[in-house]
Design a protein around this ligand. Structure first.
Ligand code: COA
Length: 177
């Protein structure tokens, strides 16, 4: 893996450390994002093998989850969503986030999934091949999502009929950001 850390699926023993990493990364709204992780994990939309941690000799330093969200009027009723994405503050800007995102996308592609959507930093995700989703026909889950933040990564199985209105499951209901 290089750079002194490894990427692997999360395990039950990691939950407390993941909680700390998420709270550290989202210091302005720690409760909200920590609860999102817990609610996704407890839901039928959780995909165990697509919840990944980065770990070095100090413990868990990063975490990412791909989980199912709904698609209305698309050819499939659900699509993978990357959220949340967290790197421990003392390990940011060292390629940890990039390694987690690439590993998650590789695993989604290997599983035959055609696409991954997210709401995220417009300056960060295009380097991984994410592009604006609305020109492809996707409709954001809420009008409050900036168009530039609503992105999709097309994987080899992608086709235009996948597009539709994204509907977040109940695990996302408490989010205000
Ligand atoms: C955003 C985040 C996941 C990036 O992970 P990371 O491991 O720190 O970043 P990487 O080392 O993979 O990538 C570094 C690059 O990303 C850019 N980047 C990192 N955070 C950024 C941000 N908030 N806005 C714009 N660009 C950002 C850096 O400028 C750098 O660019 P360069 O390669 O052109 O110099 C991480 O900083 C983080 O957890 N931040 C707090 C929580 C958060 O905002 N999560 C994402 C919500 S969508």
């Amino acid at each position: 893996m290089g750079a002194g850390f490894v990427i692997r699926p999360e395990e039950a023993a990691d939950h407390a450390a993941i909680d700390q990493v998420v709270r550290g990364a989202f210091a302005r709204h720690p409760e909200e994002v920590a609860l999102l992780v817990e609610r996704i994990r407890a839901s039928e939309n959780f995909v165990r093998e697509l919840a990944l941690v980065a770990e070095d000799d100090s413990g868990v330093i990063g975490h990412v989850m791909l989980s199912w969200v709904g698609v209305e009027n698309g050819s499939r009723s659900r699509i993978l969503c990357l959220s949340p994405m967290s790197v421990r503050p003392d390990r940011q800007l060292r390629g940890v986030g990039a390694a987690l995102i690439r590993a998650a996308l590789d695993r989604a592609e290997a599983a035959g999934e055609p696409a991954v959507i997210l709401e995220g930093i417009p300056a960060y995700y295009p380097r991984f091949g994410f592009e604006r989703a609305s020109p492809l026909g996707f409709v954001a889950p809420s009008a409050s999502v900036p168009d530039a933040a609503f992105m999709v990564k097309r994987l080899p199985g992608y086709d235009a009929t996948l597009a539709g209105r994204i509907v977040y499951p109940a695990a996302f209901d408490h989010l205000t950001h």
